[in-house]
Design a protein around this ligand. Structure first.
Ligand code: K7E
Ligand code: RUQ
Ligand code: CUA
Length: 654
């Protein structure tokens, strides 16, 4: 190849074929572009590793928490192209999420104390697993502010269910799945009374405030959490934090961090030091070690549980007696707790400690089996000695937070928040291997399938809290910075910066794209939020308008380039329901539907039946139309809602 290129070049020169000025762009060389765009050899190498030619696909898909947006984002790796926003806890108009009746019913499941909560603080997405590996079927995500878990089906990337935690007031230790997605784990964050809407003064914090961990039973066949088969454990009023489920040898156990085991309550007005000082007075906090398999059996026994707010709770006393709850000291103010792919070790990072602490599951089990405990906590929970459980501690740098794993044995990556670095290290031998500066203040990091029993390695994405000067300025609120890093070699290489403009992502999970098999159309007449036949389903030619008293029900269809019916005549005050079935079979032929000024919108993908509902409470003429540019006659895809005064009749002979 090389000689050929040289020969061609020589020929060109020899024949005197110089490039005319006007032709320069047509034959622009790599060197020209490098010069014009000020790129180095290193930049070109990075570009070649991420650039995905037009029409090309990504090897991995990443599901990112949308943070304060309450949504989930999907992007490709290594191209870092954003593919989709998925409405989860927050209305999302493009998908009609919160503007059609079917999705409103999903959002309504997330009502708390009878009130709509239309935002969420999403933190940790989790992909469903089979034998500890991602199976690409479902995605779960938590809401820290309003303790809820959402279930997304990865066949159509839609939110199907929201469950409200019945005993928590905030949570952070979710969503994490057990190795066969038997349960979805959700641990509380800030302690509060477990009984709903119960007031106790802060003076009773130690006695009446509690933490908890919930194990939500997942019914894979129906793709739904079953609240009636779910249960919780009562925990001390420490601030429980991140969690992880054991895998392989440690399957059946789960691990949850905590901070502020000082049980400090603030009150500067009462002359007490602020929370952050009071909460980091001690040198250690506690990791909670829970036998969830045994807990699940106990939870089925009515005599061993208490029902709180209609939910089955194993109280601490029972958990201690049954030997399913233990504590281990960990360096103060820990954050991430991550089980290694082989299930043998649990990696804990303390924000205020420069080390990561690697706990040995074998040693923990030894201590439990031989009853070797160092002490008890104030609630009588046995505490395993730190030395009795530690495998090793490794000094990595300032502010270690979260850990992910590589396909290479024993290799882990830990985010260093304060240092703004990623540390690559070996958890078996306990040694640091490499460090890379990121920009800036990394929270979580993600390697491909990096929290499973079989991580895929290849890429790491640093999820950075601050972008400061990395992008063109867009005002005081900056996007976050997802930085793509190549981890296939000994030295990590920074490849690309992607601004993430929808909220603070916290955690992201990346899955081999081949494991996802999303549908391109629905069976005609599907209610996609319940995966059942829609009551409003109609075939072509069977469209109709049904009137019962003041209730008007429209059974309509959408197909290029026609909305049937073309007119809907109602009287002021009528209750209008419009069912719409998209009769298309072609890929990507979505039609949208809206009615002027009635605040409704549906996105109707091929085969879907969706509905909008409103009271026609104002007279007038309201065009309705398709909101997706679906064909050359898209603009003609319209009709009229005519709202006449009550009792109005057409004039004779008119
Ligand atoms: Cu570290 Cu919510 Cu996982 Cu944010 S948490 S970073
Ligand atoms: S119309 S193609 Cu408003 Cu230009 Cu959309
Ligand atoms: Cu259908 Cu535009």
């Amino acid at each position: 190849m090389k000689t050929l290129a040289v020969k061609t070049m020589a020929l060109l020169i020899a024949s005197g074929l110089g490039l005319g000025a006007g032709m320069s762009s047509a034959a622009e060389s790599l060197q020209d572009v490098m010069k014009r765009r000020n790129l180095t050899q290193q930049d070109l190498l990075a570009a070649a590793k991420t650039y995905t030619p037009s029409g090309g696909r990504d090897e991995f898909l990443a599901f990112s928490s949308g943070g304060q947006s309450g949504q989930v984002l999907v992007y490709g790796v290594p191209s870092m192209r954003i593919l989709k926003y998925i409405g989860v806890f927050t209305p999302e108009p493009w998908q009609g999420y919160g503007y059609d009746e079917e999705s409103k019913a999903v959002l309504a499941q997330g009502r708390i104390d009878g009130k709509d909560i239309t935002w969420g603080d999403t933190h940790h997405p989790a992909i469903s697993e089979t034998n500890g590996e991602y199976d690409g079927q479902f995605l779960f995500i938590n809401d820290k502010s309003n303790p809820r878990i959402a279930v997304l089906d990865l066949r159509d990337f839609e939110t199907k269910q929201i469950v409200v935690n019945p005993i928590m007031k905030s949570e952070h230790g979710g969503a994490f799945v057990t190795p066969n997605t038997e349960y979805i784990i959700e641990a509380s964050q800030y302690a509060a009374p477990l009984e709903n809407q119960k007031f106790y003064p802060l003076e009773q914090f130690n006695e009446k405030y509690r933490g908890a961990i919930t194990y939500w039973k997942f019914d894979r066949e129906h793709g739904k959490i079953k609240p009636e088969e779910s249960f919780s454990l009562e925990l001390p009023p420490y601030s429980q934090d991140l969690s992880d489920a054991g895998k392989l040898v440690s399957d059946g156990w789960s691990f949850t961090n905590s901070f502020c085991t000082e049980r400090y309550v603030g009150g500067i007005e009462k002359g007490r030091p602020p929370y952050e000082a009071g909460c980091s007075a001690k040198d250690t906090d506690y990791m909670h070690v829970i036998n969830w398999k045994r807990a699940a059996e106990i939870a089925r026994d009515d005599s061993k549980i208490q029902v709180i707010n209609g939910h089955r709770v194993i109280m601490m006393e029972t958990a201690i007696k049954e030997g399913i709850l233990f504590l281990i000291p960990e360096p103060k103010s820990p954050h991430g707790v991550d089980v290694t792919p082989n299930g043998k070790f649990i990696v804990v990072s303390g924000k205020l400690d420069t080390h990561v602490s690697v706990y040995s599951f074998e040693k923990i089990m030894d201590a439990i089996k031989s009853g070797r405990f160092e002490s008890k906590d104030p609630y009588g929970i046995p505490v395993i000695g730190m030395k009795d459980a530690l495998h090793t501690q490794v000094q990595l740098g300032l502010g270690p937070l979260h850990t992910q794993f590589d396909a290479k044995e024993c290799v882990a990556y830990t985010s260093l928040y304060v240092d703004s670095m990623v540390a690559k290290w070996n958890f078996c031998e306990g040694k640091l291997l490499d460090k890379l500066a990121i920009h800036y203040n990394i929270g979580h990091l993600m390697t491909m399938e990096g929290d499973t029993t079989k991580p895929k390695g290849k890429y790491l994405v640093a999820l950075n809290k601050l972008s400061i000067d990395r992008f063109n300025p867009v005002g005081p609120l900056h996007p976050q910075n997802h930085q793509l890093i190549d981890i296939s070699n000994d030295k990590m290489q920074l490849l690309y910066d992607m601004p993430l403009p929808l909220g603070e992502p916290h955690y992201v999970v990346g899955i081999d794209a081949k494991k996802l098999k999303p549908a391109i159309r629905y069976k005609v007449g599907t209610n996609t939020r319940t995966d059942s036949e829609h009551v409003g389903k109609v075939r072509a030619g069977e469209e109709k308008i049904v009137r019962e008293g003041n209730k008007v029900t429209v059974y309509g269809t959408l197909i290029r380039s026609h909305i049937t019916p073309e007119t809907i005549e109602v009287e002021k005050g009528d209750e209008v329901t419009i069912y719409l079935t998209n009769l298309e079979r072609a890929q990507d032929e979505t039609h949208g539907f809206t009615v002027s000024t009635y605040n409704v919108h549906a996105s109707v993908e091929p085969g879907k039946t969706a509905s909008v509902k409103f009271t026609a409470d104002k007279e007038g003429v309201y065009p309705y139309y398709c909101t997706e540019f679906c064909s050359a006659l898209h603009l003609e895809m319209q009709g009229y809602l005519l709202v006449s005064p009550k009792g109005w009749k057409p004039e004779e002979g008119a």
